[in-house]
Design a protein around this ligand. Structure first.
Ligand SMILES: Nc1ncnc2c1ncn2[C@@H]1O[C@H](COP(=O)(O)OP(=O)(O)O)[C@@H](O)[C@H]1O
Ligand SMILES: [Mg+2]
Length: 132
């Protein structure tokens, strides 16, 4: 099975649930269990929140959900400001903060995460998970 779903969403918080619902549908269709589906929804929601809140983005951002046999790959791409990944520090879990957890959560919940970001050009995050 090799299906791809593409979405273009307004860069507004209220549309993040469309991305979460789509993630849920595709993951369910591929046979992920309920716990994994919740993890995927959470990871997608965090990446979308970042695209909406941090990118200073234009009007829309894009998502692509690719099903490749047992692997679900989700790409979230904005056309905003990007950021300096060298300045990104993982959160100190012994000193928990309310913010700064999104990327950490995404990496913890997904099997593989790649972040491509360039200041002035935008950010692309590709996350994938394999059906167990
Ligand atoms: N799509 C994005 N566009 C611009 N900056 C981003 C993007 N995603 C993440 N960042 C930067 O990385 C930081 C860490 O993101 P995250 O771990 O989700 O924590 P938080 O969103 O709570 O700050 C953000 O504060 C922001 O500076
Ligand atoms: Mg965040």
């Amino acid at each position: 099975m090799n299906d791809t779903v593409n979405l273009s969403l307004p860069s507004k918080p209220e549309y993040v649930s469309v991305a979460r619902l789509t993630a849920s549908f595709v993951a369910n269709k591929m046979g992920f269990d309920i716990e994994a589906i919740e993890d995927i929804k959470l990871a997608v929601g965090e990446a979308c929140n970042n695209a909406v809140l941090h990118s200073g983005s234009k009007d829309t951002y894009n998502l692509e959900f690719r099903q490749n046999n047992e692997t679900l790959s989700i790409e979230i791409k904005d056309f905003g400001n990007g950021f300096d990944f060298n300045n990104y520090h993982e959160p100190m879990l012994e000193d928990p903060q309310e913010s700064g957890l999104g990327l950490f959560i995404i990496k913890a919940l997904m099997d593989e995460v790649k972040i491509d970001t360039e200041e002035g050009l935008g950010t692309k995050i590709i996350m994938s998970k394999i059906v167990e």
